[in-house]
Design a protein around this ligand. Structure first.
Ligand SMILES: NC(=O)c1ccc[n+]([C@@H]2O[C@H](COP(=O)([O-])OP(=O)(O)OC[C@H]3O[C@@H](n4cnc5c(N)ncnc54)[C@H](O)[C@@H]3O)[C@@H](O)[C@H]2O)c1
Length: 239
């Protein structure tokens, strides 16, 4: 069995990714702060902001004798406000979930994967982790200083973790979605959506499965020589 833990699994990209992983023969485990409605895979409650919650999730998984080949962190939030109106609380919350949450996940996942690699009885060597950035970090985005900063931070975290963990056969990569059709983007007014689509060479929003396809590739051995990379899945928006 090739087990992959997907955190933030209840969101649009999470569900799409779980579907793609299942199609490719992986065994996904779903985790989220709000338990997703009944899914066909094992589900766990977790809050990425809490190192204790992350540790308890991994301990539960390890207690079931599961060795993960992949960990995907899709958890993320927005609290949009223009810079001059943004309260520190909105800044802190987004940094806490998106960036500190990613640190909590990468650290505990690294402990798990390194342990597997060093255990001669283990069936799993190394592993692959995937985190999520955003084109907002590359272009900047109106009303998103907090979100853009958190996503830029994730890219730095991923590159540094990749440098440290490569020696254990652990790969760490970042996917950078552009405009994807999920709950997170459904609150954008229709006219802004239409204007946004005109800036995308493929002239449409991406689907969660199209992001899932890239994530599945990065988890699989087909990407065995890719680490520390940030890969766009944005219909050409950022070119
Ligand atoms: N949709 C897009 O266009 C887009 C573009 C670029 C990047 N992204 C990123 O992709 C990821 C997934 O986005 P989505 O569109 O599926 O969003 P979504 O809002 O549908 O899903 C996000 C999930 O994260 C979970 N979550 C929030 N706080 C959490 C916490 N403290 N602990 C654990 N889980 C938590 C939520 O419950 C939710 O299920 C996010 O990180 C988002 O920033 C999305």
């Amino acid at each position: 069995m090739r087990y992959v833990l997907v955190i933030g699994a209840g969101g649009g990209i999470g569900k799409g990714t779980i579907g793609v992983l299942l199609k490719h023969g992986f065994s996904p485990l779903a985790a989220d702060v709000v338990l997703p409605e009944l899914m066909s895979v094992p589900m766990f409650e977790v809050d990425v902001c809490s190192p204790e919650s992350i540790d308890s999730l991994f301990s539960k998984i390890e207690g079931q004798g599961i060795e993960l080949t992949g960990v995907v962190n899709l958890s993320g939030i927005i609290r949009d406000r223009t810079l001059l109106k943004m309260e520190k609380e909105q800044w802190d919350k987004v940094i806490d979930v998106n960036l500190t949450g990613s640190f909590n996940v990468v650290k505990r996942a690294a402990i798990h994967m390194k342990r597997n690699t060093e255990n001669t009885d283990s069936e799993v060597t190394g592993g692959s982790m995937v985190f999520v950035g955003s084109t907002a970090a590359l272009n900047g985005n109106f009303g998103q200083v907090n979100y853009a900063a958190s996503k830029a931070g994730i890219q730095g975290l991923v590159r540094s973790a990749a440098r440290e963990l490569g020696r254990y056969g652990i790969r760490v990569n970042c996917v950078i979605p552009g405009f994807i059709d999920t709950k997170m983007t459904q609150s954008i007014p229709e006219e802004r959506v239409e204007a946004l689509k005109r800036t995308i060479p493929l002239r449409r929003a991406g689907s969660p499965e199209e992001v899932g396809n890239l994530i599945e590739f990065l988890i699989s051995d087909r990407s065995s020589y890719i680490t520390g990379a940030s890969i766009l899945v944005d219909g050409g928006m950022r070119m």
